[in-house]
Design a protein around this ligand. Structure first.
Ligand code: SF4
Length: 382
């Protein structure tokens, strides 16, 4: 894998707020969007100037959100042109856009394709319309299917699809239905998340007031087992806790792997994070403050945290353990001059006993049980 950096651009606007969402997003207001995107163009230019030429080389661009497909394709073009102008974008780069099925048609997808976008992540979440409505999604199952059919028509051959398991009141039968519909569409990649109920979300309030039932842990575990069985039987490789890729081909998310493999990335836009030279940077979390800061100073960094060697190693262990292949212990020792097994001997004996981790053929990895209870393992490295 190349160790070139990745570039993430955050588009913080959505048609409506999903009930479970805790991201920084707001609704689309023309003037605000214009000001925000103009600021983002400025941040792309000013960030590249801070980097030495070698660090300006990137091989992934990821347009995420929010909902990047909510802005006009002309704006997407301007953003990508700015990336090409100010960064050294490798010719084999993976360029991803997240889309809402309701936003796109053939014409728009052709536009994306002509811009060099070669990977599309479709936020489907469920193929059952009542469930989509319940969680505040503004697209239908039919629109999601049509979006994927249109992506194929236009020639996209690297499509990722997002699903959520454990939605309120979702039954195992409904989850199996969602999985079978997803598999019928044969996406190259699937990101599947167990629903998390975060404080300050509408869903949290609905559950607290008893209006909806909190997803049951046992049922969620059953859904997870069904998921693993179905995807393995259909030749998908489970390569990260929440991510699956077709075994035939190279469809792992090159961009997201940077987060898990301690490779630098630059996150631009409101609330975006960057990591390079052992420093984590976080941008401000308010869209208005972001715009003002960029307009006045060209940067909107709110927090800078230098990771000392020990913090860097602990983060690297925690993030690499998300990968199903685990950590190559020899390679890790050579890179970080750190012996994981010797250092965590005592703590690991309990995790091994509880069948949460395993060490085989020189790799340390989570077991299937450990994947379900990964937080119990990760807490060791915080
Ligand atoms: S589309 Fe995504 S970012 Fe926007 S509100 Fe829904 S979950 Fe949040």
């Amino acid at each position: 894998m190349s160790a070139l950096a990745g570039l993430y651009l955050h588009i913080p606007f959505c048609h409506s707020k999903c009930t479970y969402c805790s991201f920084i997003t707001g609704s689309y207001e023309d003037l605000l969007v214009q000001r925000y995107l103009t600021a983002l163009l400025k941040e792309i230019a000013s960030t590249s100037k801070l980097l030495p030429p070698l660090a300006q080389k990137i091989d992934t661009i990821y347009l995420g959100g929010g909902t990047p497909s909510i802005i006009t394709p002309e704006w997407i073009e301007s953003l990508l042109n700015a990336c090409y102008k100010h960064f050294l974008v490798d010719s084999s780069s993976e360029i991803t856009i997240e889309i809402n099925p309701a936003d796109i048609n053939l014409e728009r997808l052709k536009y994306y394709k002509n811009l060099g976008i070669n990977r599309v992540s479709v936020g489907v979440q469920s193929f059952i319309d009542e469930q989509l409505k319940e969680i505040g999604r503004d697209h239908s199952s039919k629109e999601a299917i049509l979006a994927i059919e249109n992506l194929r028509k236009v020639g996209f051959d690297n499509i990722s699809l997002d699903l959520i398991a454990g939605l309120p009141n979702q039954t195992l039968k409904e989850w199996k239905y969602n999985l079978s519909k997803a598999l019928e569409l044969s996406p190259e990649h699937l990101s599947i998340y167990l629903l998390e109920v975060k404080e300050k979300t509408t869903l949290y309030a609905q559950i607290r007031s008893g209006k909806l039932k909190k997803p049951d842990d046992d049922l969620a575990a059953e859904m997870y087992e069904t998921l693993l069985e179905n995807l393995t039987n259909n030749n998908y490789q489970h390569y990260e806790i929440s991510n699956f890729a077709k075994s035939s081909g190279n469809f792992h998310s090159k961009h997201n792997k940077k987060y898990w493999l301690d490779i630098p990335y630059y996150g631009l836009g409101v609330s975006a994070h960057s990591y390079y030279n052992q420093v984590r940077y976080s941008n401000v979390k308010s869209t208005h403050t972001y715009i003002e800061k960029i307009e006045n100073f060209g940067q909107a960094i709110e927090e800078k945290v230098f990771l000392d060697d020990s913090e860097q190693v602990r983060e690297a262990i925690m993030l690499r353990l998300r990968l199903i292949e685990g950590i190559n212990l020899e390679e890790f020792k050579a890179t970080y001059n750190f012996d994981i097994l010797a250092t965590y001997k005592e703590a690991f004996s309990e995790l091994l006993e509880n069948n949460l981790i395993e060490v085989t053929n020189g790799y340390l990895r989570l077991t299937q049980r450990g994947i379900l209870f990964s937080n119990e393992v990760f807490v060791l490295f915080v």
